[in-house]
Design a protein around this ligand. Structure first.
Ligand code: AMP
Length: 299
């Protein structure tokens, strides 16, 4: 049985950073997040790829125990092209080709329906809703999105927010979503929409958590070797939902730990392009860096 259902893009990315460039490599929000989650739990992906999608990418996910039976094959794979300048907190999109995601209507496998943890990774909010409707009784639903959907499908996005427990956005998206430069105001506005928690990702500066009556902030890891931040937000979310699924405890104190595990996964991911760094790490590496995070917070 799958512990965490993840819907989102599975993509071929073309990315340029000041430290190199790659063409049509494995990427996508569901790819990064399920891979990160697989260190803790058994994720199942809901997505569509084209006939052109290299089969070794699927084999890589399956080798980590990720259930890929919810990945349909038709048409042409989603493609994203972007670049970063020296401020690597902001991706600049050159091109987004939705391709087979344009007409994708998800039907989730039986083994996914009883999952308690759901991550609605970045994709069209209408699709996120269709997946959510098919899960029987989730314990925690976490939702991510991006500027494209905030601009073009805000009403649908608001519908999904109302059905979610945790909203996850980066700082730029939070300002845009709630029409304010002030993140504390954005935090309060998100809670008014009914989510229990609002997490704002601040790239290399860590993450903020807003809950009813409390705040938490996790530091960023002082990385010296950043090559490509693509997928850091998704690795963060995947580490977080994977840890929540493993521990099956949605208390805020556990969520705080999950946020630190998410930050650990994101920090590893930035060290190389595509999933190259995540492919090299072990659970021991994750624990070691988690302890370093703990030390950074002692005073
Ligand atoms: P992030 O974790 O925010 O860096 O997400 C990076 C991933 O998001 C890339 O691997 C892209 O393939 C994917 N992506 C970019 N634009 C979109 C979009 N509009 N919908 C879904 N996924 C996207």
């Amino acid at each position: 049985m799958v512990d965490a259902v993840i819907v989102g893009s599975v993509a071929l990315d073309t990315v340029k950073t000041p430290f190199g460039e790659v063409k049509e490599v494995l990427g996508g929000a569901a790819t990064y997040s399920s891979y990160a989650a697989s260190f803790f739990a058994k994720p199942g992906i809901v997505a569509v790829v084209g006939e052109d999608f290299p089969k070794e990418h699927l084999q890589l996910l399956e080798a980590r125990g990720i259930d890929t039976s919810g990945i349909k094959k038709e048409g042409k794979t989603f493609r994203w092209e972007g670049f970063y300048e020296y401020d690597m907190n902001e991706a600049k999109t050159v091109k987004t080709e939705l391709n087979s995601f344009e007409s994708f209507s998800p039907k989730i496998p039986e083994e996914y329906k009883k999952a308690k943890y759901v991550f609605l990774a970045n994709i069209n909010p209408e699709l996120q809703l269709k997946v959510l409707e098919q899960i029987e009784s989730p314990e925690m639903v976490m939702l991510d999105s991006m500027n494209l959907w905030i601009y073009t499908k805000k009403d649908k996005l608001l519908d999904v927010i109302k059905k979610s427990d945790v909203l996850l956005l980066n700082d730029g998206e939070a300002r845009q979503m709630f029409n304010t430069p002030n993140l504390a105001i954005a935090g309060a506005e998100a809670l008014k929409l009914g989510v229990k928690h609002f997490i704002i990702k601040k790239g290399e500066h860590g993450a903020l958590l807003f809950s009813e009556g409390s705040h938490f902030n996790a530091p960023g890891y002082p990385l010296e070797a950043i090559k490509d931040p693509t997928g850091c937000g998704d690795s963060f979310a995947g580490g977080l939902i994977g840890y929540m699924a493993k521990t099956n405890n949605s208390d805020e104190s556990n969520l705080r730990k999950a946020i630190v595990y998410g930050s650990v996964l994101a920090s590893f991911n930035a060290e190389d392009f595509s999933l190259n760094r995540l492919k090299q790490i072990s659970n021991q590496d994750i624990e070691k860096r988690y302890k370093e995070f703990e030390k950074m917070r002692q005073f």
